[in-house]
Design a protein around this ligand. Structure first.
Ligand code: D5M
Ligand code: FE
Ligand code: ZN
Length: 400
């Protein structure tokens, strides 16, 4: 738990970064403080007013209107989206607590309420191919996640098939049109091992009971990856680092088990694969996004990932399932627009493109657990996403 001052710094940093992105629009936003100096709404002749704020409260009124309270560094303001504005109301249902939005509307007669007619998110700007730049990079990157080594549902047979494929093994019909010799990178987006004490009674579902033995096994596997492939490992909520995000890279004690050329990064992490700017995030907030937003489901994990990009934040809701360590700077803000956003965590596969960003959720190497069976969560296991670093075309290869 952080001190109050740390929370203030954390939220101020989040607000500053995200409001700066909104200020790049052709809209003149006013500080909330200035709203108390204006006369009533009527006197302003129903002129449009635009505000930027962090969402501090959301309610549905008795009549079914959406009430959104926002806050900037100068004050708070109440706003409302009327139920009858169907499209706008649907958008208002996507506004979440703690995110930063821009709102345009007209004031109520008493000047204390803004009737919204436009909602803006920080967003990824629509870019044309010139702005996106020539894809100059070559080679392939393989994206995987949620291997869960040590779990009794870890799919070792399929995993060994994958390792064999990376090594150019030929007894494998999955090779398709992928030339494995072109693979330059292998990224793991968290949950390398199953860990211990992550959920109640986990011991009953473990094949390897000691977490260091789990990592030893992981090292044994990864040391079999051909040396021309750069391995990059980022942790998840099952790994042996603090749960609160951002998570640091795995500790030295574990790094030492692996080949020295393996790169260990934190969660989230930004890496450049031959100039291809890649944002790796385990994806714990996807649980929250699916819970909070209409139309989201576990079967389609690319959709909540689009919502991260729209909000330019990897975990917009503070203090839901994701625990966030309040640091001076909000490391979960998506400052620079990535070329690739790679997540895992939900154990299902998703692949799409959003405004020039390649989105991949790389599934899992674990079959359905007891918990997931009870939750009716159907994993898509033993998949690897192969991204062409030039065209960003992506193939999902099955080793099942
Ligand atoms: O998470 C895999 C998926 O299963 C992810 O969507 C969360 C969900 N999950 C798994 N265990 C739990 C518990 N105990 N509570 C709530 N949700 C859960 P993973 O990080 O691999 O466990
Ligand atoms: Fe997982
Ligand atoms: Zn996870």
């Amino acid at each position: 738990m952080g001190e109050i001052g740390e929370f203030v710094d954390y939220f101020r940093d989040r607000f500053t970064k995200l409001s700066d992105m909104l200020r790049n629009r052709n809209v003149s936003f006013r500080p909330i403080e200035s709203m108390s100096r204006r006369t009533t709404g009527l006197a302003e002749g129903r002129e449009e007013v635009s505000l930027i704020g962090m969402v501090s409260d959301i309610q549905t009124s008795k009549n079914g209107h959406r009430m959104i309270e926002i806050e900037d560094t100068t004050g708070t303001f109440r706003t409302m989206v009327l139920k009858k504005n169907k499209d706008l109301f649907d958008q208002a249902m996507k506004v979440m607590l703690d995110e930063v939005v821009g709102l345009t509307g007209t004031l109520s007669d008493d000047g204390n309420l803004l009737f919204i007619n436009n909602i803006m998110w920080p967003e990824i700007p629509v870019r044309n191919s010139i702005e996106l730049g020539e894809p100059g990079s070559t080679g392939l990157a393989v994206l995987i996640s949620d291997i869960h080594i040590g779990s009794d549902t870890f799919l070792e047979h399929e995993w060994l098939k994958f390792l064999d494929w990376l090594n150019g093994g030929t007894n494998n019909e999955n090779i398709g049109s992928v030339n494995v010799g072109d693979i330059k990178y292998l990224i793991v987006a968290g949950d390398l091992v199953d860990g211990i004490g992550i959920y109640p009674d986990q011991e009953r579902e473990l094949a390897i009971l000691d977490v260091y033995d789990q990592y030893c096994k992981a090292a044994e596997y990864f040391n079999q990856v051909p040396e021309h492939i750069k391995v990059i490992i980022s942790p998840g909520n099952h790994d042996v680092v603090r749960q609160a995000e951002p998570q640091p890279a795995l500790p030295d004690k574990i790094k030492k088990m692996f080949r020295t050329d393996v790169v260990f990064v934190g969660n989230p992490a930004v890496v450049s694969m031959d100039g291809v700017h890649t944002l790796i995030y385990h994806g714990r907030s996807i649980d929250d996004l699916i819970g909070a937003l209409p139309g989201m489901k576990y079967e389609d994990p690319a959709k909540p990932m689009i919502e991260m990009l729209k909000r330019r934040h990897l975990s917009p809701i503070y203090g839901s399932k994701v625990s966030i360590a309040p640091e001076r700077t909000d490391h979960l803000v998506i400052n620079k627009i990535p070329d690739i956003l790679h997540c895992g965590h939900v154990h299902t596969v998703g692949c799409t493109n959003y405004r020039g960003v390649r989105i991949v959720n790389s599934g899992t190497w674990q079959s359905q657990t007891e918990f997931q069976r009870r939750m009716n969560l159907q994993p898509i296991p033993a998949r690897a996403a192969v991204v062409n670093l030039g065209s960003r075309d992506t193939k999902i290869i099955s080793f099942q």
